[in-house]
Design a protein around this ligand. Structure first.
Ligand code: SAH
Length: 367
């Protein structure tokens, strides 16, 4: 760990790494505990405010380290109370982070990458291409900033009770940085959230799910969107590499390891594409034996998309069929529509290194 030239951003360090950092600068490792509490419990970024550290140590930390969260570039609040922030990381990169308040919980939706490389055909993030992975500090920094912006507690109650990695990016393609952030979310010295309150959502990266199972205890959501391979391939191209059978095996292992916790399957309902009663019946067959919850998401349109949202009546019918088949299925309420904060509408600022957005624009001009 080089700490002499560039100052190390302490937001990049989970507890294990923070201890190693203090040892590497000749300090006792319990200092990690004190500093983590200052950062995540008190929201402090200035070493001078850390009153249980000696002046000497504070000066040393100022030389070697910093606590450098992303910057809030824009804040919007929806009529329904949903908040959305554009958070910048310098170099023209930014992501959107969304807070969804409900009567008994507050869910923060965070991003793991600037853009996304997976190119799912119904997702606006995919259409923007990919810029880069976020670091642990940039991922946990979104939670840290949102907690500060919201006022960490209201009436003695926490405002952020749940965190979902369902913003921009494929978290399992940025494994190490994401696990660092998950560990800070779970850690009592960090945000102290229970495993079921931290959810990682993946498009179905099988080796990543297997590795996650062995690494840390969090809830898993899988973006399924189709009950069979040929249709799923047209929506989630990653399915060509990891077809449904392998994905189901990996999910079954995940659940059996995590004390019978269930996997949440996300299914975005797209008009005339995957919303037929036959799809619902196939889905029942596929998921019947798997401890699971089904989250039906009405498709959210974005500029340039060829897809439309299924009509309300078909969404209800779909839900009826899967529930009659014994699945637990909820329809996700669309929140923050007036500020484009709904699923698949997050854009941020992506310096597209894949030229995908350029190619799409060219394509659209030709048609
Ligand atoms: N890469 C991860 C996490 C990001 S997407 C994943 O694929 O799970 C978070 C959820 O929003 C996914 O279930 C995704 O399929 C869904 N989603 C993406 N675009 C959408 C859109 N336009 N309308 C509704 N849901 C969408």
């Amino acid at each position: 760990m080089s700490v002499t030239e560039t100052r190390i951003n302490l937001l990049d360090l989970d507890q294990v790494r923070m201890r190693a950092f203090f040892e590497s600068i000749g300090e006792k490792s319990f200092r990690a505990q004190q500093v983590l509490k200052w950062i995540y419990h008190q929201g402090v970024t200035d070493f001078d405010e850390m009153s249980n550290l000696s002046l000497e140590l504070r000066q040393k930390l100022q030389r070697l380290a910093e606590i450098d969260p992303p910057k809030i570039l824009k804040e919007q609040v929806s009529r329904d109370g949903t908040s959305k922030w554009l958070m910048g990381f310098g170099g023209g990169n930014a992501v959107e982070t969304v807070f969804i308040p409900e009567p008994n919980r507050g869910t923060l939706c965070i991003s793991s990458q600037v853009g996304c490389a997976l190119n799912c055909t119904f997702c606006s993030t995919g259409a923007q291409g990919f810029s880069r992975n976020l670091s642990t500090g940039e991922i946990i920094g979104q939670v840290w900033l949102a907690a500060r912006a919201l006022g960490h507690e209201r009436n003695g109650k926490r405002r952020i009770t749940n965190v979902v990695l369902m913003g921009m990016g494929e978290p399992l393609l940025n494994f190490d940085a994401v696990v660092g952030a998950l560990s800070l979310l779970r850690d009592d010295l960090g945000f102290g959230l229970a495993a079921r309150r931290v959810t990682l959502s993946t498009a179905g990266l099988v080796p990543g799910i297997d590795r996650l199972r062995e690494t840390i205890d969090v809830a898993l959501a899988v973006s399924l969107h189709a009950p069979e391979d040929s249709l799923r391939e047209t929506l989630v191209p990653l399915n060509r590499k990891y077809p449904i059978r392998e994905l189901m095996r990996s999910c079954a292992d995940y659940v059996s390891d995590k004390h019978k916790r269930s996997v949440t399957f996300e299914y975005t309902l797209i008009d005339g594409v995957n919303d037929h009663p036959e799809h619902a019946r196939s889905l029942v067959k596929l998921l019947r034996r798997q401890p699971s919850k089904l989250n039906l998401i009405p498709f959210n349109p974005f500029p340039g998309t060829k897809y439309r949202c299924s009509p309300e009546s078909r969404i209800r019918k779909f839900q009826e069929i899967v529930m009659a088949g014994g699945l637990i299925a909820t329809v996700r309420k669309t929140r923050g529509e007036d500020i484009d904060a709904a699923c698949g509408q997050l854009v941020g600022k992506v310096l597209d290194r894949t030229r995908r957005s350029e190619r799409l624009r060219e394509q659209m001009q030709r048609t």
